[in-house]
Design a protein around this ligand. Sequence first.
Ligand code: FAD
Length: 303
Amino acid sequence: MKQNLYEKLAAVLGQEKVLAEEPMKKHTTFRVGGPADLFVMPSSEEEVKAAAAICDEEKVPYYIVGNGSNLLVSDKGYRGVIIQLYKEMSRIRVEDNVIYAQAGASLAKIANTALESSLTGFEFAAGIPGTIGGACVMNAGAYGGEMKDVLLEVRVMTSDGEVIVLPKEKLELGYRTSVIAKEGYIVLEAAIELRPGEQETIRTYMEELREKRTSKQPLEYPSAGSTFKRPEGYFAGKLIQDAGLRGFQVGGAQVSEKHCGFVINAHEATAADIVSLMDQVSGRVREQFGVVLEPEVKKLGEF
Ligand code: FAD
């Protein structure tokens, strides 16, 4: 059946865009994760629709990824098809104050487009290393801004293959959540509404935020950013630090010394190391402070 699935996908997407036994560590910023049975890289909405339909026909599960910057994939990998919406689907166009970006466009590239077009409001997202697709799902945010503030509408595909446009009011954007995540929609394109601004002011602010990130975050190590969500009334990093867990290690995984909210892949960590470390960290924080830390990072595969 797997051969049949491969052939059907390759017939639609072309062989070069269908990879078998693809190591997920190559596609996640944690740099961990075993092989996906199949890994496909569609380059149009039609190809996304066809790939999902083929998986449904063959009764094989599929999972959408962008840049894998909020993803922890099991060491055993993923039994099914990974549909990656990234560089192959990353066109950006500007119409007046609105930037239309295909799901795979990186936030950094969109921020640069905004800068070149003297549009302000997207500076907060410039340093988040994800795609706009992943950012819509997660309602990504930083430094007082979030996707909720700038999204005008999002084109998504439903599980029946229907393409619909969801205006901002229907996106149900909350803290690291959206209707897209709840319904399992696939983001195809986002419209981002910004305001005219001064190019130099935008550049300076982007630079300021970049410096903040570099000085505070362990960007020199692979990670998935903040590992845990911010518990109401607390900061995850501060609780972890106060629990005496700065630098705490399990195998190759470590609580960053620079920022305790980040679990880093310090040295050839496995997904099992990371999960074990996360479990121990949340256990200790719950014991000491009675606060439950919920993972922000999405787990994929068998753990
Ligand atoms: P992925 O990790 O590939 O996927 C995340 C989720 O979105 C998965 O459930 C996936 O199925 C789904 N998804 C992805 N694309 C689509 C699509 N097109 N359609 C449907 N579902 C999709 N996040 C913040 O919010 N703020 C920060 O400041 C921040 N800083 C970070 C710093 C570092 C160093 C790192 C490594 C990560 C950081 N993150 C931050 C986390 C991460 O970058 C964001 O959550 C980002 O939005 C994820 O985008 P992605 O394309 O990598 O998604």
